[in-house]
Design a protein around this ligand. Structure first.
Ligand code: TRP
Length: 394
């Protein structure tokens, strides 16, 4: 089976990347033909104003990949922008992808709203116009097959237009100030490339005819869209691309120090480049069951992020005892964290050492990417010959 995945170069990796995705990447290279890509064109969609950071971020990310066990002798490790064929297929796919598929993509909305911090605003607008929309739909002069779906569609479209209107200055400006968002923030991410992000991702997968895509769960809508684009191309021009399947790890969502999903932007992440002392400090600062205030209070391991880590890093004989002693109150959170740190540090230490070793070799990343991109290009070129034949252009 051919497997492909990619990551935007946002810098050094944390534990969440490993348990969410990379662990799968490493496992898959033992039995399958694997391609792992640095999505540097994708990085431009959100950081085209800060391009100076990109080379350094690529370096850090690939060092982490290698440290965590991605083996360039087993996997094709390459850089998206080194295989220009991606850009050509992107252009072609953009001709056959309905705009609505992209606008309704939940990842697009989420990311955009998160970046702009306007998710609440959208909810507020939707709440305010729901009744109006219902009345409107009920009065339409034709029979509607699926009332609810149409209402949702209109609500989406209208609340989006209201947000746009807000930024254009049609709505009272006080609201903008209150929300702490600016017109500039809005237009910075409201680009053609940002909307087309998943089309480029479909290219990354389909140009290698990959059948499986190991990703984090946040990427599932993107994989679904890749399947739809493959299906549409095949339908229009004849069977060409297999429909790729997403592969998830068994721990797709690792909690960070505050119990929320581990993420660079939440500032709750533990990095492979962190020193032992930094890790210790982060572990001692972990959130725990808020009802367990002191030793003696009974705790609830099932909601405690520290216990989640025990299950991953502490020898299993000990985990049961920890669970029991937390519940009874015998074990306090401070001691529990100290135990957890030991297990976690035993996992991190060899990785940290290996990382330092790799960091010394300044040509390593460049050489790996050069060789990998060459291999990738051969395959991408073959697919493009086939595509040009089929679409009669190029
Ligand atoms: N969108 C992915 C992410 O943000 C990165 C990515 C780009 C990707 N191209 C891909 C993932 C192709 C899988 C396959 O994590």
């Amino acid at each position: 089976m051919r497997v492909l995945s990619g990551m935007r170069p946002t810098g050094k990796l944390h534990l969440g990347h490993y348990f969410g995705v990379i662990k799968n990447w490493v496992r898959l290279q033992e039995e399958h033909e694997t391609f792992y890509m640095v999505a540097d064109w994708h990085a431009l969609t959100t950081s085209y104003k800060r391009v100076e950071e990109i080379p350094q971020n690529i370096e850090e990310m690939v060092i982490d990949w290698l440290t965590l066990g991605i083996d360039p002798n087993k996997s094709v490790v390459f850089r998206q922008s080194s295989v220009k064929e991606h850009a050509e297929l992107f252009l072609i796919f953009s001709m056959i992808t309905p705009k609505s598929w992209l606008e309704w993509n939940p990842t697009y909305k989420d990311t955009k709203y998160n970046l702009l911090r306007i998710a609440d605003l959208s909810l507020m607008f939707r709440g305010g116009i729901r009744d109006l929309v219902k009345t409107f739909v009920a009065r339409l002069p034709y029979k509607v097959e699926d009332l609810e779906a149409l209402e949702e569609l209109l609500l989406d479209a209208l609340s989006d237009s209201l947000i746009q209107a807000l930024f254009e200055g049609y709505v009272e400006r006080e609201l903008l100030k209150e929300l702490n968002v600016s017109k500039r923030d809005f237009y910075d991410t409201d680009t053609y490339g940002f909307l087309g992000y998943p089309v480029l991702q479909a290219v990354d997968i389909l140009i290698y005819k990959a059948q499986a895509v190991p990703v984090g769960e946040d990427q599932l809508p993107h994989i679904e869209l890749s399947r739809e684009i493959a299906r549409r191309f095949n339908h229009l021009y004849g069977e060409t691309f297999p429909e790729p399947e997403a592969l998830l790890t068994e721990t797709p969502r690792l909690p960070g120090t505050d119990g929320r999903k581990m993420s660079k932007s939440y500032n709750n992440a533990i990095y492979f480049s962190d020193t032992e002392e930094e890790v210790r400090k982060k572990v001692m600062g972990f959130f725990t069951d808020p009802q367990k205030l002191r030793r003696g209070d009974p705790g609830r391991p099932e909601i405690c992020p520290v216990f989640f880590y025990h299950k991953l890093f502490t020898p299993s004989e000990q985990v049961e005892e920890i669970e029991r002693d937390c519940r009874s109150g015998r074990l306090g959170c401070v001691d529990c964290k100290k135990l957890m740190f030991e297990g976690l540090e035993a996992f991190l230490k060899p990785i940290r050492e290996k990382r330092q070793e790799f960091s010394k070799n300044s040509e390593l990343v460049e050489e790996v990417l050069r060789a990998g991109s060459e291999r990738a290009r051969e395959i991408a070129q073959k697919t493009m010959h086939e595509v040009r034949e089929k679409i009669k252009v190029g």
